[in-house]
Design a protein around this ligand. Structure first.
Ligand SMILES: N[C@@H]1[C@@H](O)[C@H](O)[C@@H](COP(=O)(O)O)O[C@@H]1O
Length: 264
């Protein structure tokens, strides 16, 4: 894993957005895996600004979102389809038919899971998968105990995840406890993975993911198996890492090498 430490959340978003824009410029018909939650919002704002400035076009891009709640209509303000339309899709030139989010309101959610996997394969797989991370180390809605080679399926949310996401629901409003999520195997199949995390609340999960054992008790630790995973953190999210100095040194060596190769 490449560990990139940035001074603050805005810099994390800038770094992530630049990686996605670079991907699209190199391959205009890129297939992007996208995430929801508070962390990617700043990155999506960077993508919108780049599009508005004519620096990138999403005309030929396809997207697949990691997950969706079961039991919310796509028009519900807390559905992840609504989130993506509001925070990104409504503001860029992506073709609506090229944006896919798991069908949380499908009559047969089990069939919807199978169809989602087939749709990703039909698109040629995911070029770069954007991820956040839950405080308990979940990625997507792959909660602790998730199989490390799992596929898109229905998952029950932990009480902590429900509590962490309660901030998005009105008091007393129905809050889903089931989700459809890409599996860890689905995520690991992406050609590149880009995980963003900010804030002290994520420091424990990041330490387990980066420096802990490969374990289903920390689903994000599966990224230790990925051939091209980049983890972009602010100082707070990185604050529990023991090898901080080494990660910073690696990044300095990487930058020097790229300069020597004239590729920065
Ligand atoms: N299903 C989403 C995850 O994909 C996301 O990474 C996590 C952390 O979200 P935040 O970035 O708001 O901390 O929340 C939810 O559980």
């Amino acid at each position: 894993m490449q560990i990139v430490i940035q001074p603050d959340a805005q810099a994390v978003a800038r770094y992530g957005a630049a990686a996605i824009i670079r991907q699209i410029r190199q391959h205009p018909a890129s297939v992007l895996g996208l995430a929801t939650g508070a962390t990617p919002i700043l990155l999506y704002q960077q993508l919108i600004t780049a599009y508005q400035h004519g620096e990138v076009s999403f005309q030929a891009v396809k997207t697949f979102n990691l997950d969706e709640y079961i039991g919310l209509a796509a028009t519900h303000p807390q559905s992840y389809r609504y989130f993506m339309q509001h925070h990104l899709f409504n503001h860029i030139d992506i073709q609506p038919e090229n944006t896919a989010v798991p069908e949380g309101d499908a009559a047969d959610p089990l069939l919807a899971c199978e169809q989602y996997e087939q749709k990703i394969m039909a698109a040629g797989g995911i070029d770069i998968q954007l991820l956040g991370i839950g405080r308990n180390g979940h990625i997507g809605f792959n909660e602790p105990s998730s199989g490390l080679r799992s596929r898109t399926r229905i998952k029950t949310l932990t009480q902590q995840t429900i509590a962490d996401n309660a901030r998005f629901f009105a008091p007393g409003e129905y809050q889903p406890h089931l989700s459809i999520t890409m599996g860890i195997g689905t995520i690991l199949d992406a050609r590149k993975v880009l995980l963003l995390a900010t804030g002290k609340a994520k420091a424990k999960a990041l330490k387990a993911m980066v420096e802990g054992p490969l374990s289903a008790s920390c689903p994000a630790s599966a990224l230790q198996l990925h051939q091209q995973a980049t983890v972009v953190l602010d100082e707070e999210a990185a604050s529990d890492l023991e090898q901080l100095a080494f990660y910073r040194h690696i990044e300095q060596e990487n930058a020097a090498l790229l300069r020597r190769l004239n590729r920065d």
